[in-house]
Design a protein around this ligand. Structure first.
Ligand SMILES: NC(=O)C1=CN([C@@H]2O[C@H](COP(=O)(O)OP(=O)(O)OC[C@H]3O[C@@H](n4cnc5c(N)ncnc54)[C@H](OP(=O)(O)O)[C@@H]3O)[C@@H](O)[C@H]2O)C=CC1
Ligand SMILES: N[C@@H](CC=O)C(=O)O
Length: 423
């Protein structure tokens, strides 16, 4: 009998609970073990969750799990950083295996937690922390056995993909789409993490760390969210034949890597454009393998619960010990300089006369571009520049205040010059 202690019974925790409860025969067949959820930690054990949890299983005291010698595996699905981190550390020090969906903790403490797990002969698995139901981490570890992986790119956040899809396909406002994403359980407790790109930044930092054998932290990831994209931008994207997607990308050249999360305009007929709602797509480039894509549900109760339970199976079958996370200190981040492209930039102005000032500064910036003036906005497309340069153009050369502009890199194999763009 394997006993689980589950920290959290929200969206993911209830998915885990239901799979363990209703798929017990299949789990026994897969592992040869009976698996029981012995204790579940929540903040409020009196809350009605519509789940038939046996008497005495729910607790508000973490010690009932972390100090319980009968519990073999701790499943952390409560979210947050400090408490979750301290519970994971306690569990590992107590010799308990840990499965977590918490990208915030893994992205921040990856190196230390792997070391701690190894020292205590425990498994530490976190498949659900990246791309929800997609088994990307397990597959990436497999690929890395005989491939060098320099490039990873993906739609890594279900909430923002859902919002952008609803804005593009159904003309919903940003706020309407976000409230739906919350309702479906896709968004983080604080959706700022989703819409500002931090959640995707944590995910790409985890993938980059695994791929490059370095600890890429969230501070190494340049991060822009989707909050500045407005209805007027969507109209312009459609006219140009592009679809906006929030992508997390990482690339390595020699001993430098760049990682970024940013909204990107992809061509209407591209694979990324076809990824709708809360689905994710991760594209991995291995030097033997070539390009490999992983597609599936990136958020939500069942897919994420499935990823967590698959990790539990791997812990029981001891499919965790062969991967060693070793950190190569010679690899460092160069903060997004390796990403370049033509860019779309929209600048909004309050007064007609402000437009002339923007255009004058644009001409003085030295960045080649094309633009058109609308009633209260200027739509600009720039020559190929780096992600750092477009940021400098908006904030320093044009001196634009937050919320008065939006920019997106344009990703297209065929597009080399702004002359090919009709704005
Ligand atoms: N939602 C998703 O689709 C995905 C989420 N994740 C990650 O999974 C984790 C959980 O997310 P999700 O299920 O959406 O979160 P929820 O907010 O839905 O659930 C959190 C659960 O944890 C409990 N909890 C939170 N803090 C504490 C605490 N300090 N002490 C005791 N219990 C606590 C809550 O108890 P109570 O119910 O009593 O308030 C609740 O049951 C997060 O790390 C998230 O990033 C990963 C992939 C997908
Ligand atoms: N909030 C996250 C949940 C899964 O990781 C997302 O929307 O992708």
């Amino acid at each position: 009998m394997i006993k689980l202690g589950v920290l959290g019974l929200g969206t993911v925790g209830s998915g885990v609970y239901e799979i363990v409860k209703y798929r017990s025969d299949m789990l026994k067949k897969a592992t040869g073990e009976d698996i029981e959820i012995a204790k579940i930690l929540v903040r409020d054990s009196s809350k009605d969750r519509g789940l038939d949890v046996a008497e005495g299983v729910m607790t508000e005291n973490p010690d009932d799990i972390l100090d319980n010698p009968e519990i073999d595996i701790v499943v952390e699905v409560m979210g947050g950083i400090d408490k979750a981190y301290s519970y994971i550390v306690r569990a590992l020090k107590a010799g308990k295996h840990v499965v977590t969906a918490n990208k915030a903790v893994i992205s921040l403490h990856m190196e230390e937690l792997h070391k701690l797990a190894e020292e205590n002969n425990c498994g530490l698995l976190y498949e659900a922390s990246v791309a929800g139901g997609i088994p990307i981490i397990k597959n990436l570890k497999e690929i890395l056995k005989i491939n060098k992986v320099d490039d990873i790119k993906g739609i890594l956040n279900g909430t923002t993909n859902f919002i952008l899809t609803k804005m593009y396909d159904e003309d919903l406002s940003f706020e309407e789409a976000l409230s739906l994403a919350h309702k479906y359980g896709y968004a983080e407790a604080d959706p700022t993490d989703d819409v500002e790109g931090y959640d995707a930044a944590r995910k790409i930092s985890i993938l980059a760390s695994l791929a490059y054998g370095t600890h890429a932290s969230i501070d190494d990831v340049l991060c822009y969210g989707i909050t500045s994209i407005r209805t007027i931008d969507v109209v312009e994207f459609k006219k140009m034949g592009f679809v906006p997607k929030l992508l997390g990308c990482s690339t390595r050249r020699d001993n430098s890597f760049s990682a970024i999360v940013e909204p990107i305009l992809v061509e209407e007929n591209s694979m990324f454009a076809s990824v709708k709602d809360a689905f994710n797509l991760v594209d991995v480039l291995g030097d033997n393998l070539g390009e490999l894509e992983f597609y599936g549900k990136g958020a939500g109760k069942e897919p994420t619960g499935n990823a967590v339970v698959m990790d539990i199976i791997d812990i029981i079958l001891k499919n965790y010990s062969e991967f060693k996370f070793e950190v190569d200190k010679s690899i460092s981040s160069d903060k997004g300089n390796l990403f370049t492209g033509l860019h779309y930039l929209r600048v909004s102005v309050d007064r007609e006369e402000d437009k002339a000032a923007v255009v004058e500064k644009l001409n003085a910036s030295g960045v080649q571009c094309k633009y058109k003036e609308l009633e209260r906005d200027i739509i600009i497309v720039t020559e190929r520049i780096s992600s750092n340069r477009i940021e400098k153009l908006a904030k320093e050369d044009l001196g634009l205040a937050k919320k008065t502009f939006a920019y997106l890199r344009i990703e297209s194999e065929s597009l080399v010059s702004i002359d090919q763009l009709n704005i």
